[in-house]
Write a protein that binds this ligand. Structure first.
Ligand SMILES: [Zn+2]
Length: 358
């Protein structure tokens, strides 16, 4: 019996020594020690610290960065065999993407735009792709050789084709969904998970696609909140932050707050970017003219659009009759030609550095 007690006593002793050792290595203690060293009055920290590079001096002004230029938010709907106002053929979508790639456009997400987080490389122009209505031809699964694969002619299939071909295209897009995401309800969860895992975003296009102008605050919250709840049921960790207005119909003034913030069946939502339907490029997120509750889009179509289809604007940028956003390549610096200074929204610039040049 005595031997047993001895073993237990030795065991407890060893345990205590172990704890003491752990305390010695406590990272909080080490940090405190370091702070003490820094605070010593005879130290000269300026000499000890390495010199910080000046990010502004590294900006290449020969690329004519213009972070107050326009950014196009392209609005697509269906992708199918017949070209119409609300449908682009697979061939024409490929043509659009090729034009963008060849003419120094690179994709960014709408969510990043709304936060002013533009990672586009220096000298290139960000562009945002959006697809409304959650049609099956946006994301379609087909069976091939007994295996489930993404239809190469649906929107996601075509985007993935360009992602493979041009890894530096920064391929992404936002899909704005209603109550029935992408048809094929048996694959709804699989599709939504695949999108988020592969760098795409999901936005809200309201439950029943009614014009917001006709709805009151409670109805607006139900229309937005119910779609968010459907998406949350498939993707519990994903936050929907963007909204595309059905038919571009804005809510009555007194109900705008219900669109931006609300609650439905116990779940809250917050909207950081709201998309209209037409008909011109959006301003830079750093421009005082930008209204994140009502952002312009350009239609991804060439039919029945009078001088305001995507190619009209592409041409205007080529001819320098409009100014496109040209990135300085640094997320923490906003570089603008001095002539645009009055339009710089300092609230949006926040902690970023401003770099102005003549
Ligand atoms: Zn729609």
């Amino acid at each position: 019996m005595k031997k047993k007690y001895l073993i237990i006593a030795v065991f407890i002793l060893l345990l205590c020594v172990g704890c003491a050792k752990e305390q010695d290595n406590n990272p909080a203690d080490i940090r405190e020690d370091e702070q003490e060293v820094v605070q010593k009055p005879d130290e000269e920290p300026a000499e000890v610290q390495p010199e910080v590079n000046d990010p502004i001096s590294e900006i290449d002004l020969s690329l004519k960065p213009n972070e107050l230029g326009e950014i196009m938010i392209i609005m697509y709907h269906g992708i199918g065999e017949e070209e119409s106002d609300w449908q682009r053929t697979p061939e024409n979508l490929r043509k659009d993407l090729q034009y963008m790639y060849d003419n120094k456009y690179r994709m960014i997400s709408l969510n990043d735009y709304a936060k002013g987080e533009i990672r586009t490389k220096a000298g290139y122009t960000p562009i945002i792709l959006t697809f409304d209505d959650g049609r099956q031809n946006n994301f379609n699964y087909i069976e091939k050789d007994g295996k489930l694969t993404i239809d190469p002619d649906c929107a996601v299939g075509i985007l993935e084709e360009f992602k493979q071909k041009y890894p530096d295209f920064d391929v992404t897009a936002s899909f704005f969904l209603n109550s029935n995401p992408f048809g094929q309800s048996e694959y709804a969860e699989q599709k939504l998970k695949w999108l988020v895992e592969n760098g795409y975003d999901i936005g809200n296009h309201t439950y029943s696609h009614m014009e917001m102008e006709t709805l009151d605050g409670e109805e607006i919250q139900a229309e937005i909140g119910s779609v968010n709840n459907i998406i949350r049921s498939y993707l519990p960790d994903y936050t929907v932050e963007t909204l595309a207005l059905p038919d571009g119909s804005n809510p009555k003034r007194e109900f705008v707050t219900d669109m931006l913030e609300g609650e439905y069946k116990g779940n809250k939502y917050k909207t950081i970017a709201v998309l209209d339907v037409g008909w011109r490029p959006a301003y830079s997120p750093f421009d005082t003219l930008t209204d994140f509750t009502s952002l312009y889009r350009v239609t991804g179509s060439e039919i029945k659009v009078d001088n305001c289809g995507i190619y009209d604007y592409f041409k205007a940028y080529e001819n320098n009759t409009r100014e496109r956003f040209i990135s300085d390549g640094n997320l923490d610096v906003v570089t603008i030609p001095k002539r645009h200074e009055a339009y710089l929204n300092m609230d949006m610039v926040g902690k970023r550095l401003v770099n102005m040049y003549e």
